[in-house]
Each structure stands twice: as C-alpha cells, then as structure tokens.
Design a protein around this ligand. Structure first.
Ligand code: NAD
Ligand code: DAU
Length: 358
C-alpha cells in the first residue's frame, strides 16, 4: 500500500487492539478515509475512540461481518483499497462455552470479507492485484502449545486446541487459500498476548487490575504455570501499521514481545505494582491470589520468534514489560470511569447515545 489517498476498512475497530489501530491510522494518515466497521458486541466500545471520533477522515459504521449482502454493499459504497481485519470473537473461555459463535464470526465473517474484496478488486488467478491489500490479524494460538523449549516461527505447523484458536486457524487458512486460488493480495500476522489500555476486563491483566483495586479474589487457573509472551498493544499497532504498508503480499509475519512470563509470576509483579500505586502494605494485593479450576485444554506455553518482522521490516518492541505494566496500571487507575462503565455495562448506553447522533 503506498501513501496516496486511500479508502481503508478497519474491522473490529471499537475493540481493544482495533481501537489502538484506528486511533493510530486516523491520526497518522490524514489523507486516508478510514471506515471502522464494528458490530459493537460486548467487546466493542465507542468510548475507546473519543480521541478521533470527530476526525474528518474517519467514519464509524455499525454492522456485522457475518452479513454477506451488507458487506458487499459496503465494499461497493466505499470502494476500499485496503482492509485491516481485526473483528473477531477473541476470548478463549467464551469459545469453550459457545464455539459456534466463534465459527460464525471468525470463519464465516472472514470469508464474507474475502469474497467482497475479491469481487471489488476482480482478483483471480489471471489477474494479480498489486495495489490493494487484505490484511488479516491473527494470533499465535493457531500454532498450539510449546513445551519448555522452542519458539513459534512462521513455518510452525498449525495445531490449535481451543475452539477460539481453531476458528482463527481456519480463517487464516481461508486467507491463504484466497491468495493461492484467486491471487487475492493478502497478508497475515500472528501475534502473541497483548496488554495495555482499553483492554476488556475479562482477560487476565485487566481482570486482575480491576479485582485487586476492589480487593476481590484474583483467579489464577490451575497452578499458574502457563506461560504467555506479552506485548504492549501500542507495539502491536505499530507492527500492524508497518505490515499494512510494507508487508509483502502472500507473506505471514509473527509479532511477539520476546517477553515470556509464567502467569503466577506476572500476577505477583502486578500485585507489587498495585501495592505501590495504591499505597498498600506490601503483600496486601498478593493475598487476593486464588488458585481456581484450570481452563479446559489450557495451552502450556506460547512464545514467538519475530525475527522475520524485525529483520525484513525493521520492527521491534519499544517497551520493557515492567514499564509497560506500570503504564497500564496507571491508565486503569486514572480511567476509573471507563472501567466502571465497562464492568457495569453502562458503556452500551454510551455508545447507543453516541451512535444515534450520527
Ligand atoms: P476484542 O474482543 O477486544 O475486539 C473485537 C472487536 O470485534 C469488538 O469491537 C467487537 O465488537 C467486534 N466484532 C465482533 N464480532 C463482530 C462482527 N460479527 N462484526 C463486526 N464486528 C465484530 O478483540 P482484540 O483483543 O482487540 O483482538 C482483535 C483481533 O486481534 C482479533 O482478531 C484477535 O483474534 C486478534 N489477536 C488478539 C490478541 C490479544 O492479545 N488480544 C493477540 C493476537 C491476535
Ligand atoms: O496469544 C494471543 C491470545 O491471547 C489472543 O489470540 C486472544 O484473543 C487473547 O484473549 C489471549 O488469549 P489467552 O487465553 O492467552 O488470554 P487470557 O487473558 O484469557 O489468559 C492469559 C493466561 O491467563 C492464560 O494462561 C489463562 C490465564 N488466566 C486467564 C484468566 C482470564 C487465569 O489464570 N485467570 C483468569 O482469570
């Protein structure tokens, strides 16, 4: 994608990572027309986007990627040159209780977008499109679970275990199939666990911050020995910006923090930071740690080798984890209203009011 005037579709832009991407792209590329398409599920929150909601190069469209006719009409209306596709059901625990919703949104929704892009760009095996891009945002969970050693590379075979990761793996396969079969100009990235501001408090770090703040138990699954590779969300947004503009069509890029933490060690670090920030006696927050029943099929360890992205496109993470975690805690303590609205469900009223203004 070059930097001339472009119509860009970002899906899932009212969610955690999507809102960071939308804010970044809208502010950095004033000559782009950015359309943010989001269904506003429980995870979508327009309060994440107040910083850019009135920007002249930004449009919000409430809509569902699973509705094929609507998606085709949207592509026809806006003549998109590029797509950054983040919309998804994203929480592993929810996928265990309701797998079908993950198939419908993550697989069918993605295929609807691929079909609409293929049609608009007239992509087919005899017509390699080079000035458009379909960028699919995926996860390291498609690679399965590591033992004590090793890293996921772009060549690691897919081995998903949860309904969530199976649905993301399937969507990745469809994106590759559309590149191979129709020469749809697609690129994929697979990223490790993100953390930072605007993270919905059902995921480990924001849930723990919220519970510690309220002196509620902090649930740690199993023995807390599972390992995740944490990346500051703004570093992921920077990688997405870079791959969207410089990534090679047909390629996959792994994105990761080179920052592995056992859950229990991470929670202890968080407790220390929270004690300091809340002027509590050391050990107060850690006393809330409660070991609970393990997640079914809980992947032991994720760890990403992002050397391809670092070498080929020059990306690297900007923050040390301790610094990023402190910044994140500060954000949640400063943005009490956001957190209270999300946990009480009031953000739904906020966005209904906002949306009806348009
Ligand atoms: P999120 O759950 O915070 O946000 C998802 C967004 O998608 C929400 O705004 C929601 O309203 C929207 N959405 C859901 N279903 C939709 C539909 N049918 N039509 C239109 N919009 C819909 O998710 P996130 O954590 O920001 O993740 C974004 C993407 O990044 C996902 O594709 C996820 O698989 C991927 N990812 C996430 C992480 C992570 O650590 N959170 C890491 C790697 C990859
Ligand atoms: O690896 C990338 C993935 O990271 C993304 O694709 C997913 O969308 C995102 O949700 C995240 O998945 P995880 O399952 O790793 O994230 P979660 O925050 O749910 O859990 C992180 C770890 O903490 C995991 O080992 C489970 C554990 N956990 C989680 C919760 C919510 C707990 O011990 N207690 C909890 O209450």
């Amino acid at each position: 994608m070059n930097s001339t005037k472009r119509n860009i579709l970002i899906t899932g832009g009212a969610g955690f990572i999507g809102s960071h991407v939308v804010r970044r792209i809208v502010a950095k590329y004033p000559h782009y027309n950015v359309v943010n398409l989001d269904k506003l599920t429980y995870a979508g929150n327009l309060a994440n986007l107040t910083a850019i909601e009135n920007a002249s190069n930004y449009t919000f469209v409430k809509g569902d990627i699973t509705e094929a006719t609507f998606i085709n009409e949207l592509f026809e209306q806006y003549q998109f040159d590029g797509v950054i596709h983040l919309a998804a059901e994203s929480h592993v625990d929810r996928s265990i209780s309701n797998p079908l919703e993950f198939v419908i949104t993550n697989v069918i929704g993605t295929v609807n977008l691929l079909n609409a892009a293929k049609k608009l760009w007239n992509a087919n095996i005899d017509n390699a499109v080079t000035d458009k891009k379909f960028y699919h945002i995926s996860t390291d969970e498609v690679y399965g679970s590591l033992g004590a050693e090793g890293l996921f590379t772009e060549k690691t075979a897919y081995d998903p275990h949860s309904p969530y990761s199976a649905s993301k793996a399937s969507s990745d396969h469809f994106v590759r199939a559309y590149f191979d079969t129709y020469k749809l100009p697609a690129v994929i990235s697979n990223c490790s666990n993100n953390y930072g501001s605007f993270h919905f408090p059902e995921k480990l770090i924001p849930l723990a911050i919220n519970n510690i703040k309220q002196m509620k138990p902090v649930p740690v699954y199993g023995k807390g020995e599972n390992v995740r590779d944490w990346l500051f969300v703004e570093d992921h947004a920077a990688a997405i910006d870079l791959i969207f503009h410089e990534g090679k069509i047909g390629e996959t890029y792994n994105i990761g923090g080179n920052n592995e933490w056992k859950n229990i060690d991470l929670i202890h670090l968080l407790c220390k930071i929270m004690d300091k920030k809340l002027n509590r006696a050391e050990g107060t927050s850690a006393s809330l740690i409660t070991f609970v029943k393990d997640r079914a099929g809980h992947d032991l360890r994720y760890a990403i080798d992002s050397s391809k992205l670092q070498k080929e496109l020059g990306w690297k993470p900007s923050l040390q984890f301790e610094e990023g975690l402190e910044k994140t805690v500060e954000w949640y303590l400063t943005n009490e209203e956001w957190l209270n609205n999300v946990t009480s469900g009031n953000y739904k009223e906020y966005y209904t009011a906002q949306y009806s203004k348009r």
